[in-house]
Design a protein around this ligand. Structure first.
Ligand code: NAD
Ligand code: 6OD
Length: 491
């Protein structure tokens, strides 16, 4: 982020180990007060091409020859360096997203370092498949697979957990020996750029990590997915964007990995630990102002505890401290942008038109200070909507949920599964058998029982239906980011 004052940063593309300006700039806005905190240089087609070529060059050089041990050591150094610049990363993430400083310090930045360490460990200990095969003449053959990098990986990420989600892809891609060109969200360009400084400090060879800034269609995102020398594309973002990217990459048959949207359900049985369940669901609905793909926007509660549950969640929603992201006591920051707030507010209006009962929230808070220029919104709970209502069907991506009753386990399962998405679910019960039984029926990539967003990076992560294609995490990441060449030797 080379030139700039303390107030307005100039955020540039990073190519072949150098910061590079482009022809056009766009503003980086702080969602907490609407102020412009940075000018970001947009990558045109030529700049994206230079980034891809620099990645190709890196693959042909020292990086392409690095052993697994050397790559793992490099990744661990990146983790250490992120930690040595912890406050800087936290400050940049908070300014870009408006998320509470306590959240960035507890979740986003520690997870970025953890991503690099975890994939350094995984690539170091990953084995090779081998099979001894009987041949027709009574002899045998030995099969074994070797792992090779895909080449240049294009990585496109959203704004909700910018550094966490970017490093979740960069770390395994580099562990497998690829070079990357990343396109962070136009809303949150800072931490991907800070990561470039980290790469430089750790002595990562030039061209291994490149950053291009810009938008999606007819900008850096599309130019990257269209590029013929990009060997694979991994994307996290909206399902509709996934459709557009899929069309673009179809002509060149590149491997893709898509982590997309969700309309996740939580099922609360009357036998749950009530305090645990209400606390867990408050987190699942409101964390990061509801801007986590795993957030629960549909909560199904067994009828016997419905009223008690609704009033407990209402109490928790109303107790949440909205405020400046820089105040350590703040629990809820703003939404990411004016445009996104307009979208969420339009769903708040739609919910009323669709006949919802507003339990709490439904509007925009007032602070009487500069935060009124930010994009804050009230945490909101609805009841009374039909299961066919758009607000129950469509992803809103804000601090909002609809609560509906159920009478039987089968009914709860059917309602939870009645969606085109299939990302995450959570089940709250003290009956272990029921926990397993219901979890196994969920049409979702991830189901939590009596917890939410509890992550082990070795496990498969992804979604079904509109929520994505493929799985990342653990061996699934290593397999996505490599080509396996099976070698068969007649013995
Ligand atoms: P988005 O799809 O609008 O943008 C994501 C990224 O794609 C951005 O960098 C954007 O510039 C780029 N982009 C947009 N159009 C493009 C195109 N045509 N070609 C190439 N790139 C393009 O998503 P968002 O608003 O940034 O993020 C919110 C969405 O992401 C929600 O739907 C949320 O559920 C989803 N999400 C999913 C996961 C997951 O793991 N499944 C994680 C986080 C967020
Ligand atoms: O924890 C992760 O690895 C992950 N990919 C989380 C996604 C959160 C969505 O907003």
């Amino acid at each position: 982020m080379p030139r700039g004052s303390n107030h307005v940063k100039f955020i540039q593309n990073y190519i072949d180990g150098k910061f590079v300006a482009g022809q056009r700039e766009f503003a980086d806005v702080n969602p907490a007060d609407g102020s412009v905190i940075g000018q970001v240089t947009e990558a045109d087609r030529d700049v994206v091409d230079r980034a891809v070529q620099s990645a190709r060059k890196a693959l042909a050089g020292e990086w392409g020859r690095a052993s697994v041990r050397e790559r793992a050591a490099r990744l661990r150094k990146v983790a250490d360096t992120i930690e040595s610049r912890f406050d800087c990363f936290v400050a940049a993430e908070v300014a870009d997203t408006g998320k509470p400083i306590s959240l960035a310090a507890r979740l986003d930045v520690p997870r970025a370092a953890a991503n690099f360490r975890a994939f350094a460990d995984m690539i170091s200990t990953s084995g090779i498949e081998s099979f001894q095969t009987e041949t027709a003449d009574g002899k045998s053959a030995l099969n074994y697979a070797v792992r090779k990098p895909l080449g240049v990986v294009g990585i496109i990420t959203p704004w909700n957990l910018p550094l966490l989600l970017l490093t979740w892809k960069v770390a395994p891609a580099l562990a497998c020996g690829n070079a990357v060109v990343v396109k962070p969200s136009e809303e949150t360009p800072a931490t991907a750029t800070l990561l470039a400084e980290v790469m430089e400090r750790t002595g990562m060879p030039d061209g291994v990590y490149n950053v291009v800034h810009g938008f999606g269609p007819n900008s850096a995102g599309e130019f990257l997915t269209q590029h013929p020398d990009v060997n694979a594309v991994t994307f996290t973002g909206e399902s509709q964007t996934g459709t557009a990217i899929m069309k673009t990459v179809a002509s060149s048959v590149k491997p893709i990995s898509f982590e997309l949207g969700g309309k996740n359900a939580a099922i609360v049985f009357a036998d749950c630990d009530f305090e645990d369940a209400t606390a867990g669901i408050a987190d699942a609905v409101f964390l990061n102002t509801g801007q986590v793909c795993l957030c629960a926007e549909r909560v199904y509660v067994e009828r016997g505890i419905l009223d008690r549950f609704v009033s407990a969640l209402k109490q928790r929603a109303e107790a949440l401290r909205l405020g400046s992201p820089l105040d350590p006591a703040t629990e809820l920051g703003p939404l990411i942008s004016k445009q996104h707030r307009e979208k969420v507010v339009s769903y708040y209006s739609l919910a009323r038109e669709e006949g919802a009962n507003v339990v709490t929230g439904g509007g925009i808070p007032e602070f009487g200070n500069s935060l009124d220029n930010g994009f804050y919104i009230q945490p909101t709970i609805y009841t009374g909507l039909a299961e066919s209502a758009r607000c129950v069907k469509e992803e809103i991506f804000g601090p909002v949920c609809h609560i509906a009753p159920f009478d039987t386990e089968d009914e709860a399962v059917n309602m939870a599964n009645n969606t085109k998405y299939g990302l995450a679910a959570s089940i709250w019960t003290s009956n272990l058998k029921r926990g397993h039984r219901v979890a196994q029926q969920m049409n979702a990539g991830i189901t939590w029982v009596n917890c939410w967003f509890l992550r082990d990076l070795r496990t498969p992560f992804g979604g079904m239906g509109l929520s994505g294609i493929g799985r990342e995490g653990g061996m699934h990441s290593l397999n996505f980011y490599s080509e396996l060449n099976n070698i068969c030797i007649r013995l």
